[in-house]
Design a protein around this ligand. Sequence first.
Ligand code: ATP
Length: 264
Amino acid sequence: MTALIEIKGVRHAYPTAAGPLPVLDGLELSVEEGGFCAVVGPSGCGKSTLTRLIAGLMRPDEGEVWLHGERVRGPRSTVGMAFQNPVLLEWRSILKNVMLPLEIVPNGLKGEAAKDRARHLLSLVGLEGFEDKRPSELSGGMRQRASLCRALVHQPEVLILDEPFGALDAFTREDLWQTMHDLKAKEPFTGVLITHDLRESIFLGDQVVVLSGRPARTQYVMTIDRSAPANLEELYTAEAAERLTILRHQIEIAQGRVPEEVAS
Ligand SMILES: Nc1ncnc2c1ncn2[C@@H]1O[C@H](COP(=O)(O)OP(=O)(O)OP(=O)(O)O)[C@@H](O)[C@H]1O
């Protein structure tokens, strides 16, 4: 396996009226091709900044970001993104919302091929029959499913998910977690998931990275074997409870609520 995403010694500070605000401090991250990395950390530690760096939407002050052996120096169409707010365009049908990236990326599918691709993805997430609806006619969970299809329609190398399930109720969220696993089995991608939900991180990730408080560095990395098909029942095992305890402890360290030596 080769690393598809490599982040090496990334440092970044935002200029503010009060002077530079250091956000990332020597961050290291490596995600293998086909891997799914869940990133957790205290609020405001720099998680979204990390996603913007991977997508090439900004460049770090120091350090390097590599995607598939190429240094990231600008925005890349080979990255798909989905956010907590699905931001679908109300004047377009669900099908046309999903097709949007194909109109923007160079060499995207056109015409019937584009429609077939969008329809295929919508059927994979259980939205067959909703292609002609407007976004406001769908529930929040359905809109988020459509947004996932839109993020994947141009077969991006990397799918970045920034708290995509954060605004959903607990049952819908768990449904979407299972949908993510089904999607990944049929539409393989390399994923980075930003989340505040530790259960989500261990259910979806094969790697969970805990960032320290701001300025963030990589504080702790947990790897999870994903060779067996995912099943929500696995969240109720002793192994899951142990993982959650470890991660909760790491978050407390990151928040400065527990000294590092107490946890180790
Ligand atoms: N463009 C900007 N200019 C100045 N400061 C910024 C900018 N973008 C983000 N920040 C600040 O940088 C810090 C990190 O922001 P970021 O959104 O990356 O954190 P986060 O971990 O994703 O936050 P949250 O967990 O609350 O979603 C925050 O203090 C934020 O206010």
